[in-house]
Design a protein around this ligand. Structure first.
Ligand SMILES: [Fe+2]
Ligand SMILES: [Fe+2]
Length: 194
């Protein structure tokens, strides 16, 4: 399946509005790579991860949970409590079903785009950030994109997005996932994505 077929497949599975977000995320990922990781070579992976990441976002909680149970997908406790969060884990599994020999970097990136993890790698960090700040996002405050883009490193901008994510959860009275806090610790201790 080449990227054109992947685009068509995703478009047939999600609403056109969600597809626009996925496409915008994929394009934002290319920009972020140029800005923060110019040596990163896998632009195809970045494009496919962006297009694919929300393919299961419109599934209901019951479908997501059943899919994970059926395929023995390991869930974080926060994902089990709020199955909507499982759309990342399900999307990663679906890609490995549709495509032969999917690189682990693509799967990890898609798997962790919802709650973040130190295990998400460079590609995952790029996806996590792009998902938050792609230009179609309506939650961004004026100037927020520019502020984020002034960060010096991929890890700094990722830390800023984690802080914003945690503030958002706090404002909604929601709890955070353990892997999100692991990511926070990783970045605060100077961790570097590989
Ligand atoms: Fe998502
Ligand atoms: Fe998304």
């Amino acid at each position: 399946m080449d990227s054109t077929h992947i685009e068509q497949y995703v478009l047939s599975r999600i609403s056109s509005r969600r597809y626009a977000h996925c496409l915008s995320t994929a394009i934002e990922m290319q920009r972020l790579i140029q800005r923060f990781s110019p040596d990163y070579q896998d632009l195809e992976g970045a494009y496919i991860a962006g297009i694919w990441h929300d393919i299961a976002r419109e599934w209901n909680d019951s479908f997501l949970l059943q899919y994970c149970l059926k395929h023995a997908i390991i869930m974080e406790s926060e994902e089990y409590r709020h199955p909507m969060l499982l759309h990342g884990a399900v999307a990663a599994h679906l890609l490995s079903v549709r495509l032969a020999s999917v690189p682990e970097t693509w799967k990890s990136a898609i798997r962790w785009h919802t709650i973040g993890s130190p295990a998400m790698g460079i590609l995952g960090a790029i996806l996590y950030i792009a998902d938050y700040m792609e230009p179609l996002r309506t939650h961004l405050e004026e100037g927020e994109r520019d502020t984020l883009l002034q960060c010096d490193t991929l890890e700094q901008i990722c830390l800023s997005v984690v802080h914003r994510h945690l503030l958002h959860l706090e404002s909604k009275g929601k709890t955070h996932a353990v892997s999100t806090m692991d990511l926070l610790d990783f970045l605060e201790q100077g961790g570097v994505f590989v």
